[in-house]
Design a protein around this ligand. Sequence first.
Ligand code: TRP
Length: 455
Amino acid sequence: MQAKGAYPSFTSRLAFIIAAAGSAVGLGNVWGFTYVAGANGGGGFVLIYLLALAFVAGPAFMAEMLIGRMGKASPPTALGELQASIGAKLSWPTIGWIGLVGTIMVLSFYAVIAGQAMYYGLIALQGGFAGWPEGAVVALDADFKADPLAMALWSAVFMAFTAAIVSFDIRTGIERAGKVMMPTLFVMLIGLVIYSGQTGDMGRAVDFLFGFHEINFTSRLFLEAVGQAFFTLGVGVGGIMTYGSYMGDDVKLPRATFWIVAMDLFVALAAGLAIFPLVFASGVEPTAGPGLVFLTLPIIFTEIPGGAFVAFAFFLLLTFAAVTSSISLLAPTVARMTEGRTGRPFAACLMAGTAFIASLATVYSFSDGREVYPLAALGFDGLTAFDLIREGVSNFILPLSGLAYCLIIGWALRRDDVRAALPMADGRLFTLWYMVVRIIAPLAITALFIGAVLG
Ligand code: TRP
């Protein structure tokens, strides 16, 4: 338990940035970005994604972090204190509670996908993939998904790992996990990009990711790009708000935001440059969708020199990326529980257990419930429980909470208080960000919803 009176904090500015970058860099960057970019035609999508990062998700991310820093408590409590400070009537803690539900929802499918990555890593460690016939990879994926028990087991392993880290106090647990895993992840990623550049077709990958191709700018594309931007930064459920509450007063928020977003973007693009050269060289389609990481890529690993080792590096990287994110998803509920008399280990186990039970819905959706659409009667036909959870979080909770954070910082709190909580050298930078948070981001999110409803 944290000592009374001493609110926990990271040891340094760098420690905060590493932890926050760990939260941002996750399955979304490697598993998500590559397949969403691939399925949406590359370059044009990437451009919209960049704009969404810069003008919507990034500024909202800073707003969420700032709320955590100003409130210095778990999300519902921090929001409640800010509400009380200005005497607003709407219940701000409700936003915090919705966020806490959102953290468990994200964790629930995160654990299943990360579980598969861990399982594949273990297979690669045993020399798997290299030299396998293509059918063996297809069967591996199919068998795993036909086996709910195996998926549940790996989900439990992943959640246990997450809970173990979060059980410790902030500096020993979350901070140290980031300091060990993030540098390792960067080294492995750069290694993989170099390998791909030598073995694969880098030219086509670069052209695919950055070149302009024919592309349909539909409202669906915008929704995907903005949703991906929110998800990848992890804005909207109070994860970064919780980390923000642990940051030292010496952290310069704009600079920290810049570095976190830059690292997040770097990892997404580097993952693309690690994966697509191999994809193009082996002649498979880049539009493989969610199967890219667990199907297309492993098939490629069977053919290339050093396949088992490359596969191991890749799945270990994916696991590390997932863990440094999942701890940021478990931290908010644990922070809320430890505001009472509950100790961190108990809170971490209880909430990880809850997320594990919730993960069984995704396990079911991947196995026996592949064609079960729970809300079909309500007009959500064709969506499994997993689809509903994932799209519910990405398309509703994240952007709407992001909107709420922007409105709180931009309109509800007094400008002078926000300015004082954000000592920036450059007044023009503040003015620009403030305008984005007040006007541009809220308008963009609202337009997106209108577009989604109409189109
Ligand atoms: N950003 C992580 C990823 O890209 C996932 C994540 C962490 C997240 N915290 C979050 C997603 C909060 C949504 C909300 O994989």
